[in-house]
Design a protein around this ligand. Sequence first.
Ligand code: GRF
Length: 202
Amino acid sequence: KRVAVLISGTGTNLQALIDHTKNPANNSAAEIVLVLSNKPDVQGLYRAQQAGISTKVINHKNYKTREEFDAALHESLLAGGIEIVCLAGFMRILTGGFVSKWKGKMLNIHPSLLPSFKGAHAHKLVLEAGVRVTGCTVHFVSEEVDAGAIIVQEPVPVYPGETEESLSERVKTVERKAYPAALELLASERIQLQENGKLLWK
Ligand code: GRF
């Protein structure tokens, strides 16, 4: 399956996906053929170039509305013959129209055990709540943010004296395992998003 990864930053998840899909030992059903970023000059773009993957910057600041930005994204994905989209630290909220076009074909990774601690400040919320376990979640993207069907989760203990930075770092280590696992499940068609929004294991 031809995969595009959408990023906004450092791209550690992108790197994990590249390493997994390029490793012949994994015999992956996924091939990353395009990396799109809404921000120029981010480290993730450099990672893609190092791996010989096409990159494109679609700067959201050049678009008046979310609809126009999403239309440009969609056009690039179609032009690239993309079949699966992975959001990996992509920090733009996508419109309902765009999400519905990629229903069942678009994944996201979130740094908490969903449905707890949705949104852009998961680690902060985790520390405020005082929970002793957090983790990461890979899920299908639905219109409601961080709410689609869950595919893979990995737990991470929360230690006393933990900071957002220390937590983010340890959650990222499990993200590196969770995202490739989820992508592989979708690319090899072992999972499917059903009409009722629930996951089907095949
Ligand atoms: C990850 O923690 C991911 O869960 C969140 O944003 C971060 C992206 O990190 N959505 P990176 O760009 O993959 O390093």
